[in-house]
Design a binder for this molecule. Sequence first.
Ligand code: S3P
Length: 173
Amino acid sequence: MKNNIVLIGFMGVGKGQIARKIASRTSYYAVDCDDLIESLVNIKIKKIFRDSGEEEFRKLEKRTARWLEKNVSETVISTGGGFVNVKNLHKIGSIVYLHADFDYIIQRIVSHPNAARKIKKRPLLKSVKDAEKLYAARLPLYKKVADVTVDVTGKSVDEIASEICSLYQLIEN
Ligand code: S3P
């Protein structure tokens, strides 16, 4: 049994922060798919998109998904917003969809102290209009693959982590 928890959801919803919070409070580790991809090819996501294109990035996501399925257990995995499209998602672990409305997510990103950096490193956030279209296209996918949906609206990272820990009966330190 792998016992992994896979956090999915739109860019900026807080997947990485929540994964790390859960790890800090339990015996689980946290890994982030974008970090794995960057370390695999030793190139930043932004540069992969710019120099090799989105298609190449999606191939790397699929390769990472196969690696996670084979090698990782007892881990909270934060994913990129498009990772929902990999075929073996359910073989990696239980899927938690972190949901919030588009406006809430954008507000969360732009009000962050590091907003400029957060936007800069995400090629698909260049235009708010395009990002909104992407959100509308992704929403049904997230809902379809989710084992559990957690609405993150108005909640702190601590509250969301607690909710997930109790859902999966993770023992907190
Ligand atoms: C993407 C989301 C990003 C990153 C890449 C593509 C997407 O991750 O994987 O820029 O397709 O939604 P975050 O969801 O962590 O921002």
